[in-house]
Design a protein around this ligand. Sequence first.
Ligand SMILES: Nc1nc2c(ncn2[C@@H]2O[C@H](COP(=O)(O)OP(=O)(O)OP(=O)(O)O)[C@@H](O)[C@H]2O)c(=O)[nH]1
Length: 913
Amino acid sequence: MASMRVHELAKEFNMSSKDMLDKLHEMKITAKSHASMLAESDVEKVRQNLSPEIKERAGELPAEEAKQLAEERAEAKRQQAEAERARREAVEQERAAREAERAKRAEEGGPAAKHAAKAQAKKVTNNPFESLASQIESEKERVAREAAERKARARAAAMAKEVAKKQAVEEALRNRNSKGSAHKPAAAAPKRQAPVLGARKSSFDSLLSQIESEKQRIEKQKAEQPARGADANKQQRGARKHGKKGMHVEQHVPELEQQASGEDRYAQMAVKAEELQRDKVLAEARAAVAAANSHEGEGRRKKRKQKREAEARERMEMEAIERGLDPSLVLDDSVVEIPQGSTVAKFAELLGVQPNDVIKRLFMLGQVLTLTQSMSDELVELIADDMGRKVRVVSPEEEFAIVYHDSDEDLKPRPPVVTVMGHVDHGKTSLLDAIRHTGVAEGEAGGITQHIGASVVRIGDRQITFIDTPGHEAFTAMRARGAQVTDVIVLVVASDDGVMPQTIEAINHAKAANVPIVVAVNKIDKPGANPDRVRQELVEYGVIPEDWGGQNMFVNVSAKKKLHIDDLLETILLQADVLELRANPDALASGFVIEANLDKGRGPVATVLVQRGTLHPGDTVVAGTSYGRVRALVDPRGQHVEGAAPSYPVEILGLNSVPVAGDEFRVFEDERDARKLAEERALRARLAEQETKSHMNLDDLFNRIEEGKQTDLNLIVKADVQGSIEALRDAFNKMDQSEVKINIVHSAVGGITETDVTLAAASDAIIIGFNVRPTGKSKQQAEKEKVDIRLYRVIYQAIEDINAARVGLLKPEIVEEDTGTAEVRETFKVPKVGTIAGCYITDGELHRDDKIRLVREGTVIFEGELASLKRFKDDVKAVKQGYECGIGIAGYQDLKVGDTIEGYTIKEVERTE
Ligand SMILES: Nc1nc2c(ncn2[C@@H]2O[C@H](COP(=O)(O)OP(=O)(O)OP(=O)(O)O)[C@@H](O)[C@H]2O)c(=O)[nH]1
């Protein structure tokens, strides 16, 4: 057998192709059209199935077979009809049951449900048939529904509880955050989250309240159900008729309007609640992560910030201390810094107050000032105090005060700066000349063409800067002005003369400045030279040669014969190496004025020593009270240079006035700042004439110790004999120095000189004199510089005073008030009376009953009273300055020409502190 097409098979059975396709369809054999090819098996199947029919058609079937076939066909038809009827009945029953149920739900449900129920009710009434099976079915449904309803209710209640709990926590958190945020504006991340959470919460809240109200409504409805009965449908119809107006109860659940039943609504609500809950949890989690991240970041930032702040505070504290300011004032954030000379407007602006308020307060103080007028320091402090504010008046000096911070890599080696000191005629000038000559001879052609106050000497590839003004006076005067320019001191001691008073002074000045000493034992060419004696003598003063275990380098030289000058220079360089002198050359220049004068042709000229940075022509500089733009720089050879690095002396042209030696100079970026500072300094200088910085004094000692400011007491001791100095030194050494260390910075035999006063000012020392007096102008200078001079006649008084000062128990001060000073010009021996001195009153007014002291070369020779005071032959009570008189001293006859007689009275002054 083979496969064949539909139409071929149809032809075989004498059928149309369409009938064959129907038959194929009945036999579940796929064939699309008459041309479709049928498989061999399908063809066989068709032939078997269709053979009886064909036979019948052909009359080939026996009658019995035909009858049986007809009966079979009828039975199949009947069964088919019966099955169809049963199926339809079942479908009908199911539908009826569903509709009945919907109608029932509609009575309990919302408007949409009622609407649907009504439509269904119509159908139900149209179809009154309701089988027992459908009743059972609907009962089952009801039970299941009620169970679901209970479940949903329980879930919603649990959720509501959970939500309420979370809300409470959230609220608490929010409250805390909002409280905290008042103090912590930086907590931005949690704050940013707030609106999101708020929005979530509000929709969440509304949903919860809706769930709650829905629950209540259903409860109520259940209670009312029997009473309402059949009216319910009517009401629902009325409600629909009246449109939305009558549906207000249901309308308040907008999200659920579309829901068909209470059960669905709950389910929806639960889903929605869950969704919101999840969103909320997610949002919370995100917020928490963001907050945690930002906290973490914040934490790191905070730590870094704290570290930076701590470092800045430490630096500020150090700077404040270096600038001599009270660190607590500088570091206190509540202290407002007011620049000196601020106007009323500026003051108000800085304090953040109304200018009118300031003007009013000023007016109350009797000060009528306008907005643009400057306020004095006192007024600034008074008004601020009146307003309960803390202020600190900042002077331009302080405003521009710089504490330099150079990092290690910025620092480059620099040449040493040397000052030569020594006793008179020991050869300081000669030595400097010899050094310069050596330097020049070794250097290139040229020479010293110009004296500028300092010179640079070259030794191979190295250099040394020498300050031209020898002697400790200039050195200490500079130091008293705050100028520390010298790195090494060369102490010249003539080997034929040895250690002399000024040698000792020089040592003390060098020690007070903490500058190392290189000793040049000079004049070794002289026949009587004894360099070893010089070494031995210096040991006594703490200047000990290295060979002897000390720290000082010694070189024997002859300035005159230029012997060993190279050795001396090399020794200086060696000493400099020990000091490791370095400075930053790459900065705005600063340093000190060494010398200054007014040149007829060139105007104000100042020689400065650069200590830091490099000075260039065109720089704007402030030097003391002078300022200006550097017109030209001249080096010690008189040549114009383009730059002066650290340790180089250079002459500046272009200043507006002549500064003073020892003045600080500094380059400014802004000329206005330079002018401001210079003007401020000029003003200060004028004020300083009236008010000089008070140096250390015994009365203050205790207070300073108490404040922790004072731990050292520097003394300069001058006495009539060396024995007194030794006795005092001994007594001090035995004193308890645990709280205050007593340093004798200088001691010498002789009157108190101006240099002593300068040294005291520079070292913040007190001068103690035993039986000596201030000489020359030293007394006036001490008054001007506010240096405390204490004069004693007996050692124990001095020790007692210093002891008492240390514990703040100084007795009422015995003050000697000078009256007048007489100079002895002639002496006469008068029989029976004794020696009478012909005197001239040089100062004040001398009275007959004054106490007097007789002073010879600064030393008190005698103390007592006058025996007589006469003008010509008359006894007088007093003689004024500029008049001559005759003086006799009671109990003392050995008066000499040149002596001075100082008159004084004694007063007891109660100590104020
Ligand atoms: N024989 C000899 N004489 C010297 C030497 N050094 C200086 N003199 C002489 O000592 C005297 C004083 O020298 P100065 O250089 O003026 O001494 P000074 O220390 O500068 O003196 P003042 O400026 O007065 O303090 C001069 O007559 C010099 O010639 C030296 O090495 N040998």
